[in-house]
Design a protein around this ligand. Structure first.
Ligand code: AMP
Length: 180
């Protein structure tokens, strides 16, 4: 139980002033390329939901947020025995969608979710690579809740705590592995 956050952090590349001045971009490709770090990440993100007597209970659906969220959410869904649901940028999903405007650390846009991807009362876990300002995650919560989903938690590999993303997700259980 537990993961060595400093060891995991050593697999994350930091790019100052990318994609714009003032943003320190967290590149997780070295972590994804490491057999040990990738496996440990998937286990640790899943852990709050697999632990015996987990306070969170069973998960029906794991939402992954395009695009880096997919890489973590899909194996977590497999690990938890849950379905995987993509939240995508506008115009990518082929079926009927719900849409939400969002802002993130370095931009803005619209996120979409297929209307038939979550059933009323299903227990949902939302996963992304980075929690920065919380704009992306809070839009995803609104999408899931609009379909009647019960968002029981959010999981992130990285949390930029100084941007206060947690404050935009009141009342939700949030787990992150590496904090800056
Ligand atoms: P936010 O909505 O501000 O919490 O931003 C989170 C989303 O933007 C996630 O989908 C991340 O992939 C991406 N993101 C924001 N800031 C960074 C950063 N410093 N490094 C890498 N990805 C980031």
């Amino acid at each position: 139980m537990g993961i060595d956050a400093e060891w995991l952090r050593a697999h994350i590349r930091e790019l100052p002033d990318h994609p714009e001045p003032g943003v320190s971009f967290k590149d997780i490709t070295p972590l994804l390329a490491s057999t040990e770090a990738f496996a440990a990440t998937i286990d640790a993100v899943s852990e709050p939901y697999t632990a015996p007597n987990s306070e969170h209970g069973e998960i029906d659906k794991v939402i992954g947020i395009e695009a880096r969220g997919f890489m973590i959410a899909a194996p977590v869904a497999y690990r938890l025995g849950a379905g995987f649901v993509p939240v995508r940028k506008a115009g990518k999903l082929p079926w009927q969608v719900e849409s939400e405007a969002y802002t993130l650390e370095y931009g803005a846009g619209e996120l979409e979710l297929h209307r038939d991807s979550i059933a009323e009362g299903e227990r949902v876990l939302i996963i992304d690579d980075v929690l920065a300002t919380g704009g992306t995650a809070s839009a995803s919560v609104r999408l899931a809740e609009r379909l009647g989903g019960n968002v029981v938690g959010l999981g992130f590999l990285i949390e930029l705590a100084f941007l206060g993303g947690r404050d935009r997700l009141p009342g939700h259980a949030i787990h992150s592995l590496v904090r800056y």
